[in-house]
Write a protein that binds this ligand. Structure first.
Ligand code: SF4
Length: 475
């Protein structure tokens, strides 16, 4: 994507010319005010704010019993605990100082594995396992291995299954790394966000480069084949210089993948974000510039830009999937996981079944009560209809391929592109402003439109207009 034709790359190159920069800033400001409205991240469609209590444990049991047939599934396990609160955190987690609640959770998670598998009509084939949180490495190494073994008992986990774990490098012990080796972990994602100490202090997550490096080397030594580092822009005190330095340090560790997320400041939803000094946060314009220079630096370090916010080595499976139109998007972001069924375990975990989405109770206490009583912990969800399936496919292709052939996707669902006549009209301002190219039924994001892809996807979101949910900024 880098090069003279890429407006994002150009933004960094014209910095020397004050007149050109002024013009570009005015253009970016106008585009952000026109299209930068809060929109979902589209890791699902319909998105989570539309889930409702009409989908409960009974409905989830019914859907599981109907079975995903012979489709392979993925399993997501949510560990809802951390040892220290990062003020930017947008995850479902609780801070714990003692080991007991975590050990009790580990025991209940094993019961939930048995419970969910018992509702399925057959021993379910599983090709992907993803541990997220919270902090999965807050579990004891023994509990981590026991839970993984329990998964293998109740599900037919493929011998070559991807087993991915999100990790906090500050608390990653050598015993846990050995447990990862024993459990067959193939991929680890390390939370970094920013290496600048002033930025780290401002978000209450201080971790040195040496800590991250030690974790990366240790994981490599334990046979983990793929490492991802999570970075973040839009944090307090970040400047183009600090974020470039962070990218350089991250790249020096040679991870296969790097994710670059925009900080979502939503203190009305995540009250602890009020601890962040808002006066130190970059404004929309500065966020755009931070994202731009970081993207450009990642590309210059040899990473290919995947979708909205992922970067991968040219020979990485994620890059190959993106090149061949096989990239997928799910609750964990961009993935090569092609399964249509996701079994979500643990508090707040979301599952995807052929009939719709189901979500567990968010509060660990409510989740634990259900599991102790031998009930599924589902408290909400949404059934999806044919129109949802079609729109989900359109939005996914747009978010993954940066383009979508409306006619081709519609035909795959027994519909026609005429379904999207109103959406094509609604794209007119995007076309006029150079964000989208519309050629018949082909919708293509331009380089200028790429950072605003969520706003383009929102045009196809039939549920959004009726929603009062407040999302994060589009860039
Ligand atoms: S480690 Fe992750 S989940 Fe835990 S508080 Fe920090 S950002 Fe949130």
């Amino acid at each position: 994507m880098a090069g003279g034709g890429d407006p994002l790359a150009r933004l960094t190159q014209v910095k020397a010319g004050a007149g050109a920069l002024g013009h570009l800033k005015a253009m970016v400001e106008r585009l952000l005010s026109a299209y930068g409205r809060p929109v979902p991240r589209y890791t699902s469609y319909p998105t989570a704010p539309h889930f409702h209590a009409g989908i409960d444990a009974n409905r989830a049991a019914e859907w599981l019993s109907a079975g995903p047939a012979d489709m392979p599934a993925s399993v997501y396990l949510h560990v809802p605990y951390c040892s220290k609160l990062c003020w930017y955190c947008g995850c479902n987690t609780k801070i714990v100082a003692r080991a007991e609640p975590v050990a009790a959770f580990a025991e209940l998670l094993q019961r939930e594995i048995a419970l969910v598998s018992a509702w399925l009509p057959q021993r379910q084939k599983v090709t992907h396992v993803h541990w997220g949180g919270g902090t999965p490495n807050i579990l004891s190494p023994v509990d981590f291995c026991t839970i993984t073994a329990e998964l293998r008992t109740h599900f037919a986990v493929a011998p070559d299954a991807e087993i991915a774990v999100e990790v906090d490098p500050r608390t990653l012990s050598t015993d846990m790394m050995a447990a990862f080796r024993a459990a067959g972990v193939t991929r680890v994602s390390l939370g970094v966000q920013d290496f600048d100490e002033k930025v780290q202090q401002a978000v209450n997550r201080v971790q040195s480069f040496a800590t991250v490096k030690q974790a990366v080397l240790g994981l490599r030594g334990c046979g983990v084949q793929s490492i991802n580092l999570d970075l973040m822009y839009g944090l307090p005190h970040q400047t183009p210089e600090t974020i470039i330095a962070t990218v350089d340090q991250a790249a020096s560790l040679d991870p296969e993948r790097i994710a670059l997320f925009g900080y979502a400041h939503v203190p009305w939803m995540k009250k602890h974000q009020r601890l962040i000094d808002e006066s130190a946060l970059p404004d929309d314009q500065a966020r755009f510039e931070l994202a731009t220079v970081a993207v450009e630096r990642l590309q210059s370090r040899g990473y290919e830009w995947i979708g909205l916010d992922h970067f991968a080595r040219p020979d990485d499976p994620l890059t190959r999937a993106a090149r061949s139109g096989r990239l997928r998007r799910n609750f964990q972001g961009y993935t090569t996981d092609a399964t249509e069924v996701l079994l979500g375990l643990g508090p707040s975990a979301i599952g995807t079944l052929p009939q719709g989405y189901v979500q567990n109770a968010t509060e660990p206490g409510a989740w634990a009560d259900a599991i102790r009583a031998g009930r599924l912990a589902t408290v909400k969800g949404i059934a999806i209809n044919a129109d949802d399936r079609l729109r989900r496919a359109v939005i996914e292709r747009l978010m993954c391929d940066l383009a979508v052939d409306l006619d081709r996707v519609a035909r795959g669902f027994g519909a026609t592109a005429s379904t999207f006549a109103a959406e094509k009209s609604a794209l007119a301002p995007f076309v006029r402003d150079g964000l989208v190219e519309l050629d018949g039924d082909h919708v293509r994001l331009t380089a200028l439109g790429r950072p605003l892809m969520r706003s383009v996807a929102a045009v196809f979101d039939r549920h959004l207009a009726a929603s009062a949910a407040r999302h994060s900024r589009a860039v």
